[in-house]
Design a protein around this ligand. Structure first.
Ligand code: COA
Length: 521
């Protein structure tokens, strides 16, 4: 193990102040956007909601989770910059929190955002939360307050495989896997939305506030001429004493959450994989120093060793093949006591670094050590010499290893994520258990300048500046998070805490035996 004292001499001091100032602006922008997307819907909708005696979605979650425990919120920037900013956080809050000591996936509609209705990103976020719950055996708690599909968007949200119907399909599958499904009906559950509580194992409904119906009063009147109030049609009293669609009647939001916490107490205790947890050691350097190593200019290299040393216990990075394939760093660390194998880019991928990465992934699979991919990758090395040497063959080895790796893996894009480098470093298509971005990070098939250059060569036209601009806009972390290409944007200084939480969650997964296909030799 490389000793902390040795690391101290190895890590260069923080770089120029100018760089830090540059990054302070990035962080200021991140924080103000975060405030914007976590402040619920329009003020008038918030007032209306509160006047009805209802708590806001995030207040409900705060009450539900154990006091003074963290809530790992996912995809806070979903739908950011789209729909005229009318859907902050896509009108739904999802994340993992402790309820009576049990890790649970919480999915809470935000009724102050267009009545809690679902656009494409709301559904993606809900379905992604269920995927994480399935993989990690997390009980799901749905805090329901939603008008169902946002009707103007119906063509984008209703019929396809991963559209609205997938939510209820997933509930059935999760329940069949023995993963508890609990609903707290705190507002409207209309049409398809009625199936969220109806598909659950156990459901609570708030008196005078929660309603569940397949067709609301206006639809009933139009279809049959029958006139009925929402409460008579599908209120709490109806469903807990007449229809049996719900199981518990609560007086208000707080009471409902109390009942829910008691139900969680009756769930079987999760069986986590046992690992040898070491005592937690803080890194030797303050997390804020991470900013000094980052720049909005992704052409500037990032000192990946310095990043790793600011994330891991005691800044200890036990490198594997330190002197071989140096453009990829591989090695073992502890993250809040958890053993983790780190793979981080120091530059573009070469044949040697690709082989080294594949070898390291096999080691971690054999030892059942989860993987952390730190992406800052422009792609694989290009040129005649490298093609002749078979860079595609060695790149394929790394991609095979990543695709068939069976240990949990988490990816953080700490800089650029471009081209096939994205695949080899466990991009979204390679099913990392979690994928996070840092605020300045970018993800695209290639940089805008390069894309314009390629097209210029092919078409023999002049440089296409609008393409450069398009790539510039479409590659930001906010663009990615808005479309749920990732699970959220992290402030670099919070990354260590969040990674430790996320790795703890993955301990709920059983690990299969690794099984690789044909490695082209
Ligand atoms: N599609 C599109 N917009 C919807 C909507 C839907 N299904 N449900 C609500 N909205 C919009 C409203 O037009 C309103 O928009 P605005 O803020 O721009 O004026 C906003 O969401 C809030 O709705 P409002 O009715 O004022 O709030 P509320 O809290 O009093 O009632 C509902 C919320 C969800 C109970 C009620 O709007 C409703 O019953 N909606 C229809 C539900 C439905 O039939 N869904 C079927 C689709 S599966």
């Amino acid at each position: 193990m490389v000793k902390a004292q040795q690391n101290k001499t190895r890590t260069k001091p923080p770089e120029s102040e100018a760089k830090s100032i540059d990054y302070q602006q990035v962080i200021a922008g991140f924080r103000s956007r975060l405030l914007q997307v976590t402040s619920h819907g329009l003020q008038k909708a918030v007032v209306k909601h509160q006047e009805r005696g209802k708590l806001l979605a995030r207040e409900r979650i705060n009450l539900l989770v154990d006091p003074r425990t963290p809530f790992l919120e996912l995809s806070t920037f979903a739908a950011f910059g789209q729909y005229d900013h009318a859907f902050p956080s896509a009108g739904i809050v999802t994340g993992i929190g402790l309820v009576n000591g049990r890790e649970c996936m919480i999915v809470a509609n935000d009724a102050t955002v267009k009545g809690g209705t679902y656009i494409k990103e709301t559904i993606k976020k809900h379905v992604r939360a269920q995927e994480i719950a399935l993989k990690n055996h997390l009980p799901c708690i749905y805090l329901v307050d939603s008008g169902g599909i946002y009707l103007p968007e119906q063509a984008h949200v209703f019929p396809d495989r991963f559209d609205f119907g997938r939510i209820f399909y997933n509930q059935a599958r999760l329940s069949a896997e023995g993963i508890p499904q609990l609903a707290v009906v705190m507002g409207s559950c209309t049409a398809g939305g009625a199936y969220v509580p109806a598909m659950c194992d156990e459901t609570i409904i708030v008196k005078g506030q929660g309603t569940i119906f397949i067709g609301g009063p206006p639809l009933v009147k139009a279809a049959t001429g029958e006139e009925v109030t929402a409460e008579e049609l599908g209120g709490g009293e109806v469903h807990t004493s007449i229809s049996g669609v719900a199981d518990h009647l609560a007086d208000d939001d707080r009471h409902a959450i109390e009942i829910c916490r008691k139900i969680v107490d009756t769930l079987p205790v999760a069986s986590k994989r046992t690992i040898e947890l070491k005592p937690v050691e803080a890194p030797n350097y303050p997390a804020e120093e991470l900013y000094n190593y980052l720049s909005t200019d992704l052409k500037k290299p990032i000192n990946m060793r310095a990043i790793i040393e600011r994330l891991v216990d005691g800044s200890n990075f036990q490198e594997f093949k330190e002197n071989y394939g140096k453009t990829l760093l591989t090695g073992f660390v502890r993250l809040k006591g958890i053993p983790v194998g780190v793979i981080g880019n120091q530059s573009f991928l070469t044949a040697e670094s690709a082989r080294k990465g594949a070898h390291f992934i096999q080691l971690c699979n054999q030892r059942q050590i989860p993987l952390l991919f730190l992406q800052n990758i422009t792609g694989f090395v290009v040129g005649k010499k490298y093609e002749h040497e078979g860079i595609a063959r060695d790149g394929a080895k790394l991609i095979h290893a990543v695709a068939n790796s069976v240990v949990p893996k988490i990816t953080v894009v700490v800089g650029g994520s471009f081209g096939a480098g994205n695949y080899a470093m466990a991009g979204r298509a390679y099913d990392p258990d979690f994928l996070f971005m840092w605020p300045h990070a970018r993800i695209a098939v290639m940089g805008g300048e390069q894309a314009a250059g390629v097209l210029q060569t092919i078409t023999q036209n002049g440089k296409n500046n609008s393409l450069v601009e398009q790539f510039e806009q479409e590659s930001t972390a906010y663009y990615s998070s808005s479309r749920l290409w990732d699970d959220g944007i992290l402030d670099p200084v919070q990354t260590r805490d969040i990674l430790a939480l996320a790795f703890m969650v993955t301990l709920n997964q059983p690990i299969q035996k690794p099984n690789y296909g044909v490695f082209r030799m």
